[in-house]
Ligand binder design. Sequence first.
Ligand code: SF4
Length: 244
Amino acid sequence: MELGRELEKLQEKVIHCRKCPRLVAYLQEVSDHRPKRFRDWDYWSKPLPSFGDPDARLLIVGLAPAANGGNRTGRMFTGDRSGEWLFEALHRFGFANRPNSVRRDDDFALTDCYITATIRCAPPDNKPLPEEIENCRPYFLKELDLLKNVNVVVPLGQIAFTQTLKCLRLKSFDVPPLAFGHGKIFPIRTPVGNGLKPFPTTPRMISLITTYHPSQQNTQTGRLTRPMFHKIFKMVKEKIENKG
Ligand code: SF4
């Protein structure tokens, strides 16, 4: 099956997933009690599919959809404050056709970049339970298998970093204990295909590049500035083009 179609099929499965009853109930609650400023919106309120270029070399890993952001619009990071930072940076470095996106049906498109998340349903207080992250992990693992050109992974923030490492450990020969910090690069050797098989096919190198999450908590306090965030994507570009 063609790769793009396989990814689409996976995302269709995600959209219909109901593995986490607490989150399913919460999505309905968010939709029923939408804030006044969004009262005319028809909330998506289902698990959010990942999206982007099936041939991407860059994979961005978010934590979870925002209740009144991606969960409202139906596309990851679309219509929320973190997305404003992320899309601006992606556009600046040539991974997106425009610097902003507020609706799912606009013409925003990614090139050489794919965006996923550690869980696909907005959790209460942005805090998923460990079992909910476990429930959602198979989707991420499947994406890692399908996105065969990915050689740079950027998890947004410490939790996404930890969860990405867990996924890569399930697929890797040698991931040592790694400490999170802003602007670090970790090279990881990963088998293509299912890492649980005893003799994986051709290994590939993945560079894991770390960043603080572009949440308002970080951007409004100055913990993460635009130059700091742009520097991450400069590192990404250099790695992808093998200059780093
Ligand atoms: S968080 Fe993931 S596993 Fe849980 S219901 Fe949503 S899509 Fe399914």
